[in-house]
Design a binder for this molecule. Structure first.
Ligand SMILES: Nc1ncnc2c1ncn2[C@@H]1O[C@H](COP(=O)(O)OP(=O)(O)OP(=O)(O)O)[C@@H](O)[C@H]1O
Ligand SMILES: [Mg+2]
Length: 355
Protein backbone atom coordinates (compact mmCIF):
# COMPACT_ATOMS: atom_id res chain seq x y z
CA UNK A 1 0.00 0.00 0.00
CA UNK A 2 1.20 3.50 -0.78
CA UNK A 3 1.90 5.04 2.58
CA UNK A 4 0.91 8.49 3.67
CA UNK A 5 4.54 9.54 4.35
CA UNK A 6 5.51 8.63 0.82
CA UNK A 7 2.56 10.57 -0.61
CA UNK A 8 3.30 13.51 1.65
CA UNK A 9 6.85 13.74 0.42
CA UNK A 10 5.78 13.56 -3.22
CA UNK A 11 2.97 16.10 -2.92
CA UNK A 12 5.09 18.51 -0.92
CA UNK A 13 7.47 18.74 -3.89
CA UNK A 14 4.81 19.53 -6.49
CA UNK A 15 5.01 23.19 -7.54
CA UNK A 16 1.84 25.21 -7.08
CA UNK A 17 0.56 26.23 -10.53
CA UNK A 18 0.06 29.87 -9.52
CA UNK A 19 2.94 30.54 -7.18
CA UNK A 20 5.56 28.30 -8.78
CA UNK A 21 6.94 27.11 -5.50
CA UNK A 22 6.27 23.72 -3.97
CA UNK A 23 3.22 23.00 -1.82
CA UNK A 24 5.57 22.00 0.98
CA UNK A 25 7.59 25.18 0.76
CA UNK A 26 4.42 27.28 0.68
CA UNK A 27 2.93 25.33 3.59
CA UNK A 28 -0.12 24.65 1.51
CA UNK A 29 0.02 20.89 2.14
CA UNK A 30 -1.71 20.70 5.48
CA UNK A 31 -2.13 16.95 5.90
CA UNK A 32 -2.02 13.49 4.34
CA UNK A 33 -4.13 10.91 6.15
CA UNK A 34 -5.61 7.50 5.54
CA UNK A 35 -9.38 7.15 5.57
CA UNK A 36 -10.09 3.43 5.15
CA UNK A 37 -8.76 2.59 1.72
CA UNK A 38 -8.59 6.22 0.69
CA UNK A 39 -5.58 8.46 0.90
CA UNK A 40 -6.71 11.96 1.74
CA UNK A 41 -4.49 14.87 0.72
CA UNK A 42 -5.48 18.15 2.34
CA UNK A 43 -4.46 21.38 0.65
CA UNK A 44 -5.06 24.78 2.16
CA UNK A 45 -5.24 27.64 -0.34
CA UNK A 46 -3.82 30.99 0.79
CA UNK A 47 -7.03 32.73 -0.27
CA UNK A 48 -10.49 31.59 -1.36
CA UNK A 49 -9.94 33.84 -4.39
CA UNK A 50 -7.38 31.34 -5.71
CA UNK A 51 -8.27 30.86 -9.40
CA UNK A 52 -9.34 27.42 -10.66
CA UNK A 53 -8.20 25.29 -7.70
CA UNK A 54 -9.28 22.15 -9.58
CA UNK A 55 -5.90 22.41 -11.33
CA UNK A 56 -4.31 21.48 -8.01
CA UNK A 57 -6.47 18.37 -7.71
CA UNK A 58 -5.49 17.35 -11.23
CA UNK A 59 -1.78 17.89 -10.58
CA UNK A 60 -1.87 15.78 -7.43
CA UNK A 61 -3.94 13.05 -9.07
CA UNK A 62 -1.49 12.86 -11.96
CA UNK A 63 1.47 12.31 -9.63
CA UNK A 64 -0.13 10.13 -6.98
CA UNK A 65 -2.55 7.88 -8.84
CA UNK A 66 0.21 5.72 -10.42
CA UNK A 67 1.48 4.91 -6.92
CA UNK A 68 -1.83 3.61 -5.60
CA UNK A 69 -2.41 -0.09 -5.14
CA UNK A 70 -5.45 -1.94 -6.34
CA UNK A 71 -8.42 -0.98 -4.19
CA UNK A 72 -6.74 2.18 -2.92
CA UNK A 73 -8.19 5.56 -3.84
CA UNK A 74 -7.13 9.17 -3.62
CA UNK A 75 -9.16 12.10 -2.36
CA UNK A 76 -7.89 15.70 -2.53
CA UNK A 77 -9.61 18.04 -0.09
CA UNK A 78 -9.17 21.74 -0.66
CA UNK A 79 -9.90 24.40 1.92
CA UNK A 80 -8.70 27.97 2.19
CA UNK A 81 -7.56 30.43 4.79
CA UNK A 82 -6.49 33.95 3.99
CA UNK A 83 -2.85 34.42 4.85
CA UNK A 84 -1.13 37.67 5.45
CA UNK A 85 1.24 39.57 7.62
CA UNK A 86 0.22 41.55 10.63
CA UNK A 87 -0.68 44.71 8.76
CA UNK A 88 -2.11 46.61 11.71
CA UNK A 89 1.08 48.43 12.53
CA UNK A 90 0.94 51.28 15.00
CA UNK A 91 -2.83 51.53 14.96
CA UNK A 92 -3.41 47.98 16.18
CA UNK A 93 -5.72 46.76 13.42
CA UNK A 94 -6.34 43.04 13.18
CA UNK A 95 -6.15 42.89 9.41
CA UNK A 96 -4.18 40.44 7.32
CA UNK A 97 -3.96 42.43 4.10
CA UNK A 98 -4.56 46.12 3.48
CA UNK A 99 -4.95 46.99 -0.18
CA UNK A 100 -5.06 50.57 -1.42
CA UNK A 101 -6.74 51.38 -4.72
CA UNK A 102 -5.44 54.53 -6.38
CA UNK A 103 -4.69 56.16 -9.69
CA UNK A 104 -2.80 59.08 -11.12
CA UNK A 105 -5.97 60.68 -12.40
CA UNK A 106 -9.52 61.37 -11.23
CA UNK A 107 -12.62 59.71 -12.56
CA UNK A 108 -10.96 56.56 -13.91
CA UNK A 109 -12.99 54.20 -11.73
CA UNK A 110 -11.00 53.85 -8.50
CA UNK A 111 -14.08 53.77 -6.30
CA UNK A 112 -15.81 51.35 -8.66
CA UNK A 113 -12.77 49.05 -8.61
CA UNK A 114 -12.27 49.38 -4.84
CA UNK A 115 -15.92 48.61 -4.08
CA UNK A 116 -15.96 45.75 -6.60
CA UNK A 117 -12.84 44.28 -5.05
CA UNK A 118 -14.38 44.45 -1.59
CA UNK A 119 -17.68 42.95 -2.75
CA UNK A 120 -15.99 40.26 -4.84
CA UNK A 121 -13.75 39.07 -2.01
CA UNK A 122 -16.72 39.23 0.34
CA UNK A 123 -18.82 36.99 -1.93
CA UNK A 124 -15.92 34.52 -2.02
CA UNK A 125 -16.21 34.17 1.73
CA UNK A 126 -13.52 36.54 2.99
CA UNK A 127 -13.93 38.94 5.91
CA UNK A 128 -13.71 42.33 4.26
CA UNK A 129 -13.74 46.00 5.20
CA UNK A 130 -13.95 48.91 2.77
CA UNK A 131 -12.61 52.25 3.87
CA UNK A 132 -13.30 55.38 1.86
CA UNK A 133 -10.18 57.53 2.16
CA UNK A 134 -11.68 60.16 -0.11
CA UNK A 135 -12.61 62.48 2.71
CA UNK A 136 -13.48 65.44 0.45
CA UNK A 137 -15.52 63.47 -2.09
CA UNK A 138 -16.71 60.23 -0.51
CA UNK A 139 -18.51 57.97 -2.96
CA UNK A 140 -18.59 54.60 -1.21
CA UNK A 141 -21.84 55.17 0.76
CA UNK A 142 -23.69 55.90 -2.47
CA UNK A 143 -22.13 53.03 -4.44
CA UNK A 144 -22.93 50.59 -1.66
CA UNK A 145 -26.35 52.11 -0.98
CA UNK A 146 -25.32 52.41 2.66
CA UNK A 147 -26.87 54.95 4.94
CA UNK A 148 -26.77 55.73 8.61
CA UNK A 149 -24.36 57.13 11.10
CA UNK A 150 -21.70 54.91 12.64
CA UNK A 151 -22.59 54.20 16.25
CA UNK A 152 -20.18 54.46 19.15
CA UNK A 153 -19.35 51.45 21.23
CA UNK A 154 -17.33 51.17 24.41
CA UNK A 155 -14.73 48.45 24.67
CA UNK A 156 -11.92 47.57 27.04
CA UNK A 157 -8.35 47.61 25.85
CA UNK A 158 -5.76 45.05 26.94
CA UNK A 159 -5.05 47.05 30.12
CA UNK A 160 -8.74 47.14 31.04
CA UNK A 161 -9.20 50.82 30.10
CA UNK A 162 -12.49 51.79 28.55
CA UNK A 163 -12.18 53.22 25.05
CA UNK A 164 -14.80 54.38 22.59
CA UNK A 165 -14.80 52.97 19.09
CA UNK A 166 -16.88 53.75 15.99
CA UNK A 167 -18.96 50.92 14.61
CA UNK A 168 -18.52 50.55 10.86
CA UNK A 169 -21.69 50.44 8.76
CA UNK A 170 -22.44 46.80 8.03
CA UNK A 171 -23.82 45.80 4.62
CA UNK A 172 -24.53 42.08 4.70
CA UNK A 173 -21.33 41.47 6.69
CA UNK A 174 -19.15 43.82 4.66
CA UNK A 175 -17.90 46.64 6.87
CA UNK A 176 -17.80 50.20 5.61
CA UNK A 177 -16.37 53.45 6.88
CA UNK A 178 -16.57 56.76 5.07
CA UNK A 179 -16.68 60.47 5.75
CA UNK A 180 -19.95 60.32 3.85
CA UNK A 181 -21.60 58.78 6.93
CA UNK A 182 -20.85 61.91 8.94
CA UNK A 183 -21.99 64.63 6.55
CA UNK A 184 -25.32 65.28 4.90
CA UNK A 185 -25.57 64.48 1.21
CA UNK A 186 -24.56 67.55 -0.83
CA UNK A 187 -22.43 68.99 1.98
CA UNK A 188 -18.75 69.53 1.50
CA UNK A 189 -15.82 69.07 3.83
CA UNK A 190 -13.42 71.98 4.19
CA UNK A 191 -10.31 70.96 6.09
CA UNK A 192 -6.64 71.62 6.29
CA UNK A 193 -4.10 68.87 5.70
CA UNK A 194 -3.50 67.89 9.35
CA UNK A 195 -7.24 67.30 9.80
CA UNK A 196 -7.19 64.92 6.88
CA UNK A 197 -4.38 62.98 8.49
CA UNK A 198 -6.34 62.85 11.74
CA UNK A 199 -9.55 61.67 10.07
CA UNK A 200 -7.74 58.84 8.29
CA UNK A 201 -5.97 57.85 11.48
CA UNK A 202 -9.31 57.68 13.27
CA UNK A 203 -10.93 55.69 10.48
CA UNK A 204 -8.17 53.14 10.86
CA UNK A 205 -7.55 53.07 14.58
CA UNK A 206 -10.85 54.12 16.18
CA UNK A 207 -13.13 51.94 14.08
CA UNK A 208 -14.23 48.60 15.44
CA UNK A 209 -13.23 46.69 12.30
CA UNK A 210 -12.77 43.40 14.11
CA UNK A 211 -10.67 40.76 12.41
CA UNK A 212 -10.46 41.18 8.67
CA UNK A 213 -8.86 39.22 5.87
CA UNK A 214 -8.80 42.26 3.61
CA UNK A 215 -9.24 45.95 4.19
CA UNK A 216 -9.71 47.74 0.88
CA UNK A 217 -8.97 51.45 0.84
CA UNK A 218 -10.45 53.70 -1.84
CA UNK A 219 -7.97 56.52 -2.33
CA UNK A 220 -8.86 60.03 -3.46
CA UNK A 221 -7.55 61.27 -6.82
CA UNK A 222 -4.29 63.11 -7.05
CA UNK A 223 -1.53 63.66 -4.58
CA UNK A 224 0.43 61.24 -2.49
CA UNK A 225 -0.68 62.81 0.81
CA UNK A 226 -3.13 60.13 1.75
CA UNK A 227 -0.87 57.32 0.56
CA UNK A 228 1.96 58.70 2.62
CA UNK A 229 -0.23 58.93 5.72
CA UNK A 230 -1.43 55.37 5.20
CA UNK A 231 2.01 53.97 4.65
CA UNK A 232 3.13 55.57 7.92
CA UNK A 233 0.22 54.12 9.88
CA UNK A 234 -0.12 50.58 8.58
CA UNK A 235 1.76 47.97 6.62
CA UNK A 236 0.07 48.04 3.24
CA UNK A 237 0.06 44.81 1.27
CA UNK A 238 0.26 47.13 -1.70
CA UNK A 239 -1.49 49.45 -4.10
CA UNK A 240 -3.58 48.67 -7.14
CA UNK A 241 -3.35 51.38 -9.79
CA UNK A 242 -6.45 51.90 -11.89
CA UNK A 243 -6.07 53.50 -15.28
CA UNK A 244 -7.99 53.88 -18.50
CA UNK A 245 -6.38 52.87 -21.79
CA UNK A 246 -5.74 56.33 -23.29
CA UNK A 247 -2.20 57.55 -23.60
CA UNK A 248 -2.65 60.52 -21.24
CA UNK A 249 -4.15 58.36 -18.52
CA UNK A 250 -1.26 55.94 -18.87
CA UNK A 251 1.26 58.73 -18.41
CA UNK A 252 -0.52 59.63 -15.18
CA UNK A 253 -0.41 56.00 -14.13
CA UNK A 254 3.34 55.98 -14.66
CA UNK A 255 3.56 59.03 -12.41
CA UNK A 256 1.49 57.17 -9.82
CA UNK A 257 3.98 54.29 -9.92
CA UNK A 258 6.75 56.75 -9.16
CA UNK A 259 4.73 58.29 -6.33
CA UNK A 260 4.01 54.93 -4.64
CA UNK A 261 7.64 53.98 -4.92
CA UNK A 262 8.61 57.26 -3.23
CA UNK A 263 6.30 56.60 -0.29
CA UNK A 264 7.43 52.95 -0.09
CA UNK A 265 4.09 51.38 -0.93
CA UNK A 266 4.54 48.10 -2.83
CA UNK A 267 2.84 48.05 -6.23
CA UNK A 268 0.47 45.18 -6.79
CA UNK A 269 -0.15 46.14 -10.41
CA UNK A 270 -2.36 47.86 -12.95
CA UNK A 271 -6.05 47.39 -13.61
CA UNK A 272 -7.27 48.71 -16.94
CA UNK A 273 -10.76 50.12 -16.56
CA UNK A 274 -13.19 51.29 -19.23
CA UNK A 275 -11.42 49.34 -21.94
CA UNK A 276 -13.27 49.00 -25.21
CA UNK A 277 -14.24 50.85 -28.32
CA UNK A 278 -14.15 54.40 -26.99
CA UNK A 279 -10.78 54.51 -25.24
CA UNK A 280 -9.20 51.47 -26.87
CA UNK A 281 -7.81 48.51 -25.00
CA UNK A 282 -4.56 46.87 -24.04
CA UNK A 283 -2.62 50.09 -23.32
CA UNK A 284 -2.28 49.39 -19.59
CA UNK A 285 -1.16 45.81 -20.18
CA UNK A 286 1.54 47.07 -22.52
CA UNK A 287 2.77 49.76 -20.12
CA UNK A 288 2.67 47.29 -17.22
CA UNK A 289 4.86 44.96 -19.27
CA UNK A 290 7.31 47.75 -20.04
CA UNK A 291 7.51 48.79 -16.40
CA UNK A 292 7.64 45.14 -15.24
CA UNK A 293 4.55 45.62 -13.11
CA UNK A 294 1.91 42.89 -12.89
CA UNK A 295 -1.23 43.38 -14.95
CA UNK A 296 -4.32 42.55 -12.92
CA UNK A 297 -7.07 42.61 -15.48
CA UNK A 298 -9.18 44.53 -17.94
CA UNK A 299 -12.64 45.82 -17.05
CA UNK A 300 -14.69 46.70 -20.11
CA UNK A 301 -16.58 49.95 -20.54
CA UNK A 302 -20.11 48.72 -19.90
CA UNK A 303 -23.29 50.69 -19.48
CA UNK A 304 -24.39 48.24 -16.81
CA UNK A 305 -21.39 49.10 -14.60
CA UNK A 306 -22.43 52.74 -14.49
CA UNK A 307 -26.03 51.72 -13.83
CA UNK A 308 -25.14 49.37 -10.97
CA UNK A 309 -22.92 52.10 -9.47
CA UNK A 310 -25.60 54.75 -9.80
CA UNK A 311 -28.19 52.51 -8.17
CA UNK A 312 -25.82 51.66 -5.33
CA UNK A 313 -25.78 48.00 -6.28
CA UNK A 314 -22.11 47.05 -6.49
CA UNK A 315 -22.74 43.89 -4.49
CA UNK A 316 -25.38 42.82 -7.03
CA UNK A 317 -22.98 43.66 -9.86
CA UNK A 318 -20.63 40.98 -8.50
CA UNK A 319 -23.33 38.37 -7.91
CA UNK A 320 -25.96 38.78 -10.62
CA UNK A 321 -25.48 37.56 -14.17
CA UNK A 322 -24.27 40.56 -16.21
CA UNK A 323 -21.69 41.26 -18.93
CA UNK A 324 -19.08 42.67 -16.55
CA UNK A 325 -19.18 40.14 -13.73
CA UNK A 326 -16.53 37.72 -14.98
CA UNK A 327 -14.03 40.50 -15.66
CA UNK A 328 -14.63 41.94 -12.19
CA UNK A 329 -14.31 38.60 -10.40
CA UNK A 330 -11.18 37.84 -12.38
CA UNK A 331 -9.70 41.16 -11.26
CA UNK A 332 -10.49 40.26 -7.63
CA UNK A 333 -8.70 36.91 -8.02
CA UNK A 334 -5.68 38.48 -9.66
CA UNK A 335 -5.34 41.11 -6.95
CA UNK A 336 -5.67 38.54 -4.15
CA UNK A 337 -3.05 36.31 -5.79
CA UNK A 338 -0.67 39.19 -6.29
CA UNK A 339 -0.94 39.90 -2.57
CA UNK A 340 0.05 36.28 -1.93
CA UNK A 341 2.95 36.54 -4.39
CA UNK A 342 4.24 39.60 -2.53
CA UNK A 343 4.02 37.69 0.75
CA UNK A 344 5.83 34.67 -0.61
CA UNK A 345 8.53 36.82 -2.15
CA UNK A 346 9.30 38.84 0.96
CA UNK A 347 12.73 38.08 2.42
CA UNK A 348 11.54 36.33 5.58
CA UNK A 349 11.24 33.08 3.57
CA UNK A 350 8.06 31.04 3.36
CA UNK A 351 5.98 33.51 5.30
CA UNK A 352 2.45 32.38 4.67
CA UNK A 353 1.79 32.93 8.34
CA UNK A 354 -1.34 34.20 9.89
CA UNK A 355 -1.34 37.17 12.31
N1 LIG B 1 -15.96 50.05 -16.60
C1 LIG B 1 -16.87 51.02 -16.53
N2 LIG B 1 -17.87 51.09 -17.45
C2 LIG B 1 -18.80 52.09 -17.36
N3 LIG B 1 -18.81 53.04 -16.42
C3 LIG B 1 -17.85 53.01 -15.49
C4 LIG B 1 -16.83 52.00 -15.48
N4 LIG B 1 -16.03 52.23 -14.42
C5 LIG B 1 -16.51 53.32 -13.79
N5 LIG B 1 -17.59 53.80 -14.43
C6 LIG B 1 -18.38 55.00 -14.09
O1 LIG B 1 -17.49 56.12 -14.15
C7 LIG B 1 -17.78 57.06 -13.13
C8 LIG B 1 -16.51 57.35 -12.31
O2 LIG B 1 -16.17 56.17 -11.58
P1 LIG B 1 -15.56 56.26 -10.11
O3 LIG B 1 -16.35 57.16 -9.25
O4 LIG B 1 -15.34 54.86 -9.68
O5 LIG B 1 -14.15 56.95 -10.46
P2 LIG B 1 -13.03 57.49 -9.43
O6 LIG B 1 -11.71 57.25 -10.09
O7 LIG B 1 -13.25 56.90 -8.10
O8 LIG B 1 -13.37 59.03 -9.41
P3 LIG B 1 -12.78 60.14 -8.38
O9 LIG B 1 -11.42 60.46 -8.91
O10 LIG B 1 -13.75 61.26 -8.49
O11 LIG B 1 -12.72 59.51 -7.02
C9 LIG B 1 -18.92 56.46 -12.32
O12 LIG B 1 -20.11 57.01 -12.78
C10 LIG B 1 -18.88 54.99 -12.66
O13 LIG B 1 -20.15 54.40 -12.58
MG1 LIG C 1 -13.47 57.85 -6.19
Amino acid sequence: MARSEQIRSIVSQIPDPELERSFGDLRMLSDVVMDGTAIVVRIELPTPAYPAPERITQLIERQVTPLLDAGQSLRVEITSRVRGKDAGGRVGLKVHNIIAVGSGKGGVGKSTVAASLACGLHTMGCRVGLMDADVYGPSIPHMMNAKGRPGATEIQDSQGNKIVRMEPIDVGGLKLMSMGFFIEEGQSVVWRGPMLHKALTQFLSDTQWGELDYLIIDLPPGTGDVSLTLSQLVGLAGAVIVCTPQQVALLDAIKAVDMYQKVNVPLLGFVENMSGEIFGRGGARKVAGELKIPFLGEIPMEGCIREYCDRGQIMQMLTEDNPSRDALLNMCRQVAMQVVRELVRSPAGPVLEIL
